[in-house]
Design a binder for this molecule. Structure first.
Ligand SMILES: *[C@@H]1O[C@H](CO)[C@@H](O)[C@H](O)[C@H]1NC(C)=O
Ligand SMILES: *[C@@H]1O[C@H](CO)[C@@H](O)[C@H](O)[C@H]1NC(C)=O
Ligand SMILES: *[C@@H]1O[C@H](CO)[C@@H](O)[C@H](O)[C@H]1NC(C)=O
Ligand SMILES: *[C@@H]1O[C@H](CO)[C@@H](O)[C@H](O)[C@H]1NC(C)=O
Ligand SMILES: *[C@@H]1O[C@H](CO)[C@@H](O)[C@H](O)[C@H]1NC(C)=O
Length: 489
């Protein structure tokens, strides 16, 4: 999630002056190379500590200096850090880790995994590293990028998540057992972000492997959320994926929802999909209308638009820019989240490295021969997933099976550059006046009125553990005047 920062906040502050753009004491501009080295030192301190003390566990516990499995049992920090290694220029370590992962990671394990986290960290991390392998000097196999060991791993991990999508609504459960599928008695309540944050990874996977199932389930989940919005155009925080009824009816743009909106935009750009962008623009109107008060975004009741939580959540700071990161208070946890190396360090480093390949403006690229013809990679315009794993959008056109869909290089390149230049304004420019046609679908969801009746009959009926949702304890605790009190503490 790009909007969370930083576990070792103190560490960061001690390394970076507050006004890094200000001139130095002698009046000269600060040397970016200096800051690059400091960010690198920070990365290697954390990374080497993980390798020494925690590998093969998922994450490092920095206070007790050991490792533990957190989101599965995948050596998660290594998967999450892989593309950062390349961005920092460490090709030899990238190559070594690719070997290590192939030898060590097994998804055929009896683990209850978060569908959301496994997707953004494991599937996203492996896809990104797969697409960067050649640049990192890995000897790729003949069919690359339409085949390769990391792609096979990403596909295997994603297949383990598919049983979660087999619900009457098509919206996924939050948790799945990697060996046995959905556990009997699993809570059907999933947060909005846990339903709408798959299209970037799953569409990439479908394009590369040629199997449409991933993109299809991601799209169905997005459509069902869209159809479940209230009459005034808002979505809530948690929904029952068996019945399609909203369980937490607080609408806002903070934890539990944020990456859904983010993926509508990123999916629209990655797939050049006008419907996804139209959905985002509709939400944007309703959200500005109902949840924005001066410069604050509040939580409101999704059917009535009345304020439900008069508490400002700093996460909301992302809305105006979709790239702005959030500085959230963090107590000193005995935990180094894998996103520290995947995301925090990466974004920080890229600030100080304007010539990084990630910033490529299209002046260079790699031509690749695939089994389906020639295609272009590495020209820039990377889409970062919500765990900051960059996806090369051009790669989606490398593995097309159908002749009539052959990629027209020039048109696409033009679109990328244009979008890139307009990136900060894309919400306004990209599709402003296209009429939105509602997607076809069974439309079997109960009306907002029914939701309300249901809720009034059984207020705060039960305490449901929300295993799957990003930052959910924080959200639940904020439900002061909210509709349902889910927090069990
Ligand atoms: C790459 O990473 C490894 C492991 O941290 C380290 O030993 C090595 O010095 C790094 N190489 C470069 C060029 O930074
Ligand atoms: C997974 O969750 C189910 C249901 O809550 C539980 O019975 C099972 O023991 C869990 N498995 C593991 C490996 O934790
Ligand atoms: C904005 O809110 C008002 C009620 O406060 C409503 O009448 C109007 O339709 C809303 N407009 C949009 C675009 O949501
Ligand atoms: C693109 O990047 C190259 C190399 O960094 C630079 O020389 C060129 O001026 C850039 N072009 C544009 C249009 O920004
Ligand atoms: C980018 O912005 C320019 C000027 O604001 C506009 O003419 C152009 O159509 C925009 N391109 C896209 C793809 O939105």
């Amino acid at each position: 999630m790009p909007f969370r920062l930083l576990v070792p906040l103190g560490l960061l502050c001690s390394l970076l002056p507050l006004h890094h753009g200000a001139p130095g004491p002698d009046g000269t501009a600060p040397d970016p190379a200096h800051y690059r080295e400091r960010v690198k030192a920070m990365f290697y301190h954390a990374y080497d500590s993980y390798l020494e003390n925690a590998f093969p566990y998922d994450e490092l516990r920095p206070l007790t200096c050991d490792g533990h499995d957190t989101w599965g049992s995948f050596s998660l920090t290594l998967i999450d850090a892989l593309d950062t290694l390349l961005i920092l220029g460490n090709v030899s370590e990238f190559q070594r880790v690719v070997e290590v992962l192939q030898d060590n990671v097994d998804f055929d394990i009896d683990v209850n995994a978060s569908v959301f986290e496994t997707n953004i960290r494991v599937v996203g991390g492996l896809l990104s590293a797969h697409l960067l392998s050649k640049k990192a000097g890995v000897e790729v196999e003949a069919g690359w990028p339409c085949s390769g060991p990391l792609l096979r791993m990403a596909e295997e991990a994603a297949r383990k998540l598919l049983p979660a999508f087999q619900t009457p609504t098509g919206m996924p459960y939050g948790t799945v057992n990697l060996l046995h599928g959905v556990n009997p008695g699993e809570t059907p309540v999933t947060c909005t972000a846990g339903i709408g944050t798959f299209i970037v990874e799953f569409a990439t996977l479908s394009s590369l492997t040629g199997d449409p199932v991933f993109e299809d389930v991601a799209r169905v989940a997005l459509m069902r959320l869209w159809e479940s919005r209230s009459d005034i155009g808002l979505v809530g925080n948690h929904i029952d994926v068996l019945t399609g009824k909203w369980v937490a009816q607080d609408a806002g743009i903070g934890a539990g929802v944020d990456s859904y909106f983010e993926y509508l935009v990123k999916g629209a750009i990655l797939l050049q999909d006008k419907k996804l962008m139209a959905m985002f623009l509709e939400y944007n109107k309703a959200i500005r209308n109902y949840t924005r008060f001066d410069d604050w975004y509040l939580w409101v009741q999704m059917y009535k638009g009345t304020v439900s939580m008069p508490v400002f959540q700093s996460l909301e700071a992302y809305w105006p820019g979709l790239q702005i990161k959030d500085l959230r208070d963090h107590k000193l946890d005995n935990r180094m989240e894998s996103f520290f190396l995947a995301e925090t360090v990466k974004y920080l480093y890229l600030l100080f490295d304007p010539n990084n390949f990630i910033h490529n403006n299209g002046s260079t690229f790699d031509a690749v021969i695939t089994p389906y013809g020639e295609c272009i990679l590495g020209a820039g315009g990377y889409i970062f997933n919500t765990e900051a794993h960059p996806i090369d959008p051009a790669a989606l056109h490398c593995c097309r099976r159908l002749k009539e869909e052959q990629w027209e290089v020039e048109d696409l390149m033009k679109e990328f550059y244009s979008l890139k230049r307009n990136r900060s304004r894309f919400q306004k420019t990209t599709m402003s006046s296209r009429p939105w046609e509602p997607p076809a679908g069974p439309g079997t969801f109960s009306s907002p009125e029914n939701h309300d009746e249901e809720r009034e009959k059984k207020p705060a009926k039960q305490k449901i553990p929300l295993l799957s949702c990003p930052s959910q304890p924080f959200t639940s605790k904020l439900a002061l005047l909210g509709q349902v009190f889910l927090d069990s503490s």
